[in-house]
Write a protein that binds this ligand. Structure first.
Ligand code: PA5
Length: 449
């Protein structure tokens, strides 16, 4: 039986009208095989399985080191700029969006620095506005790049580093910059060594989008004042659940059902939330599944919506548009705060029937109503629920989806740990920018313009 105390609850009732029992049994076998491939390390890309054990191998002293930096910067820093892209950014961004008060600057932030992100785009306006924010503030930076060669963060770092050095001088600036990168490869390692930055290593056997439980995710979370021990505990507890070879293992269930739906033409999965705090969690999830599975002409297209906002934009399509989609709702059992609807003596808006309800009760009814309507409209529904949004449950969710993604990709016999397709745009960009060595490609591209 599924343990009542399970951190994460998965309900696939909303899929039953769309599948047959024999199909489920067939895909269950496939998923069990893929589970073994993952846990026994016999699949494609198996040199990148270090993330499987991260929650159990991270040491107290590593966590302490991140927390000590957080305390140091709490004293001497107003703004921490975290520079990175893709897997070197989305885990921390998702967590901060979920757990930091969205109006912290206005209502007070308990003294922790404001953590902002850079290097996740090449927008000049974004950078100019970030420089506006940094002006006159005490700034520190964390530059994160596993390869140490990615253009977007490298360009952003050059600009932000100059800003910090101009303000503090090179030596003091070097105490305010931390580099997280490969142990030996890439330009960033050389830059960090030369300048004397503190550095943390991203293990060789952990790829970018599986690195949230390394310093890549944990250090930015710590400097924002979050409890990274709790996050690791959530991930470790979820690891124990994911490793169970039982019918109730939620990661097997999720991976098998999404692939079964895919085999029946449901080629797009929409991750749904009913809480804007989870908006960036969906961005992290999209990268995880998109880069892990979208190759060799295969893979479910990962999309996302934020309800109820998007019920007033995408809701129409989901209800009545082309039927190639299914939804996975990630929901939260209880909110962290309480707001109750007040009664009104005039009731001129006719809402007194809601008086005494919490906003969350209304949200939950919107959720249930939407799920049932979408199922009736031909959209299968997978429902995933955790207790609340905190560090513990975020850690559990990260681990759950990483593990499920490994199983899911192995069901398709795809290597979940490479991303060969990401190179194509980079080559064209370098050629168009005149990088030495790309002259021939530049000529060919220009002929097409
Ligand atoms: O998952 C991945 O490997 C990628 O999304 C990378 O995280 C992303 O391209 C950034 O790479 P890097 O950390 O090498 O700068």
């Amino acid at each position: 039986m599924e343990s009542k105390k399970s951190i994460l609850h998965i309900d696939i009732k909303g899929v039953s009208p769309f599948i047959e029992q024999e199909e489920y049994t067939l895909f269950y076998k496939k998923a069990k095989k893929a589970f073994k491939t993952l846990t026994e390390g016999t699949g494609r890309g198996n040199e990148f399985l270090g993330w499987l054990n991260l929650p159990n191998t991270i040491t107290k002293s590593q966590l302490e080191e991140y927390n000590n930096i957080a305390l140091e910067w709490k004293e001497n820093t107003d703004v921490v700029v975290v520079i990175g892209i893709g897997g070197s950014y989305l885990g921390a961004k998702a967590t901060l969006e979920a757990l930091i008060h969205p109006f912290a600057s206005e209502v007070g932030s308990n003294g922790w620095p404001k953590v902002v992100f850079a290097g996740q785009n090449l927008s000049e306006d974004y950078m100019a506005e970030l420089l506006d924010l940094m002006a006159g503030k005490r700034v520190s930076a964390i530059i994160i790049s596993k390869s140490g060669t990615t253009t977007e963060p490298a360009v952003a770092f050059r600009i932000i580093r100059k800003h910090i050095e101009d303000n503090y001088g090179e030596e003091k600036a070097s105490k305010r910059i931390i580099a997280i990168t490969d142990k030996s490869k890439g330009a960033l390692k050389g830059v960090a060594d030369k300048a004397g930055y503190r550095t943390f290593v991203i293990p060789d056997n952990v790829g970018g989008r599986y690195s949230v439980l390394t310093p890549v995710g944990l250090l930015p979370m710590a400097v924002a004042g979050l409890d990274i021990e709790k996050m690791i505990k959530g991930a470790a507890d979820m690891r124990a659940i994911c490793y169970r070879e039982s019918d109730y293992n939620p990661s097997i269930k999720y991976a098998l059902v999404r692939n079964l739906l895919y085999s029946k033409g449901k080629k797009t999965e929409i991750l749904v939330n009913f809480n804007p705090k989870l908006q960036y969690f969906a961005e992290w999830w999209k990268q995880l599944f998109g880069e892990s599975e979208g190759k060799e002409g295969l893979g479910i297209f990962p999309a996302s919506v934020n309800f109820t906002s998007d019920l007033h934009s995408m809701g129409q399509y989901i209800q009545e548009g082309e039927r190639f989609i299914f939804e996975t709702v990630v929901d939260v059992k209880r909110p962290s705060r309480s707001v109750v609807i007040n009664s009104d003596s005039l009731d001129s808006d006719g809402l007194n029937f809601l008086a005494g309800n919490s906003l969350d009760q209304i949200n939950k009814m919107a959720r249930t109503g939407t799920m049932l309507a979408h199922i009736d409209g031909g959209v299968p529904n997978i429902f995933i629920e955790v207790e609340k949004i905190d560090e513990y449950n975020m850690g559990a969710l990260f681990y759950f989806f990483e593990f499920s993604c490994g199983i899911s990709a192995y069901i398709l016999d795809i290597n979940p740990f490479d991303q060969p397709g990401v190179e194509a745009y980079k080559k064209n960009m370098f050629a168009l920018l005149g990088k030495p060595g790309f002259e021939e490609l530049a000529t060919k591209l220009r002929e097409r313009l």
